[in-house]
Ligand binder design. Structure first.
Ligand code: AMP
Length: 111
C-alpha cells in the first residue's frame, strides 16, 4: 500500500481539493510551484505503464477532471500537467498521479 492509498482512506491527512467516486485531488506536500496539486485515481494503479483496458474509464475520467480541478484552483492563466513514470521518469510514489502545477509562468524544458 502506498502513502496515497492511506490518504484516500483518511489514514493520513491531506489538503483535499476534489473528491468523487473515481478520483481524489490534494495539495502536494512539497510544492514545486505556488499551486501544486496531485490528481489520483482511487484505484491503486501503479503508473501509466500499468494501465490495462479495464482502466479506460478511470483514465479518461482522470484526464477529464484536470481542467475542472485547475478551474477550482483558479489557474485561469494556465498550468502544467506532469505524469512521472518509472525510475527515469522520476516517479517516487507508485500510485498513478497527475501533477497539476501553476500560479506562475513555468519554464520549459524540464530537467
Ligand atoms: P512523483 O515523484 O512524480 O512520484 O511525485 C510524488 C509526489 O508526491 C511528490 O511531489 C511528493 O512531494 C508528493 N507527496 C509525497 N507524500 C505526500 C503526502 N503525504 N501528501 C502530499 N503529497 C505527497
Amino acid at each position: 500500500m502506498t502513502i496515497f492509498t492511506k490518504i484516500i482512506e483518511r489514514e493520513i491527512p491531506a489538503d483535499i481539493v476534489h473528491e468523487d467516486d473515481l478520483c481524489l485531488a490534494f495539495h502536494d506536500v512539497s510544492p514545486q510551484a505556488p499551486t501544486h496539486v496531485l490528481l489520483i485515481p482511487k484505484k491503486p494503479i501503479v503508473s501509466l505503464d500499468a494501465l490495462t483496458a479495464d482502466d479506460t474509464a478511470v483514465a479518461g475520467h482522470l484526464l477529464m477532471m484536470v481542467p475542472q480541478v485547475a478551474a477550482k484552483l483558479g489557474l485561469e492563466q494556465g498550468y502544467r500537467t506532469v505524469v512521472n513514470t518509472g525510475e527515469h521518469g522520476g516517479q517516487s510514489v507508485f500510485h498513478l498521479h497527475i501533477h497539476i502545477l501553476g500560479g506562475r509562468a513555468l519554464s520549459w524544458p524540464p530537467g
